[in-house]
Design a protein around this ligand. Structure first.
Ligand SMILES: [Zn+2]
Length: 247
């Protein structure tokens, strides 16, 4: 019986040549684990398959290296709007995916009692793909998080600001390790932690209302909490959620 498969060396990469009765034409693929193979109809000769693989040597070597590198540096994931996304780091230029989607969230508002879609355009170097964020490196991932934070926080702010009197001169998104936000009522600055983007939309809204309330009550005295309770009656629940590190 004729052999149905064979392995050859292409530029230092082991490529499996496989014949399959269901294959209609010759094709080349690199699997998720980084294995390269040529699959062809049973009538195809191994020498034709080998020369097909050799003629795509450059693509094989490059793609296998990328896929393996990406697999080796799979991040533990990132939280966005209360949902976990897997992260794959790697340079995927030239590698085609079935779908490169935008990051679309459909959050619920606790104040406006509605839900709506927020679309955030992923930048060129980082794309969201079915719950997995593909980013060139840590810096690209941070950039993506910042653009999502700007879009979501800005969106919330525009809706929430009319509920509170006071002037806001700037909203700044910062790397803050101990707080979700802060307010400089004298200068009219509101600072929000970049990490707040990991929290649910409800929690993000709460932090923004909390900081906006500080414009007129720059302290945590009872008058601050009574003003806050007028907008968020269950503010204690929201505070509890934000203190919980496990989301
Ligand atoms: Zn406060």
């Amino acid at each position: 019986m004729a052999r149905e498969s064979l392995s050859i060396d292409v530029g230092g990469v082991c490529v499996k040549l496989k014949k399959h009765h269901l294959a209609k034409y010759i094709k080349l693929r690199v699997k998720k684990g980084g294995e390269a193979e040529v699959v062809a109809p049973t009538r195809t000769s191994f020498s034709a398959m080998a020369s097909f693989a050799q003629s795509h040597a450059e693509w094989i070597v490059r793609t296998v290296a990328r896929v393996r590198e990406a697999g080796a540096s799979c991040g533990s994931g990132v939280w966005l709007l209360g949902a976990r996304f897997g992260v794959v780091f790697g340079d995927f230029r030239g590698v085609k995916f079935k779908a490169a989607l935008l990051c679309v969230a459909k959050p619920q508002s606790f104040i406006f009692k509605d839900s709506f879609a927020v679309e955030v355009l992923a930048n060129e170097s980082a794309k969201n793909l079915n719950g997995v964020i593909i980013a060139r490196d840590e810096a690209a991932l941070k950039k993506l998080k910042q653009s999502i934070a700007r879009a979501i926080f800005g969106y919330c702010f525009v809706r929430l600001k009319p509920l509170i009197n006071g002037k806001v001169n700037a909203i700044r998104i910062k790397q803050m390790s101990t707080r979700w936000g802060s307010c400089n009522s004298r200068k009219g600055y509101i600072n929000l932690s970049l990490e707040l983007i990991s929290r649910s939309f409800l929690q993000i809204e709460y932090v923004i209302v909390h900081e906006l309330t500080h414009l007129n009550h720059p302290h945590h005295k009872p008058s601050f909490y009574s003003a806050l309770a007028l907008i968020v009656p269950d503010y204690k629940d929201k505070e509890r959620l934000l203190k919980n590190k496990n989301l």
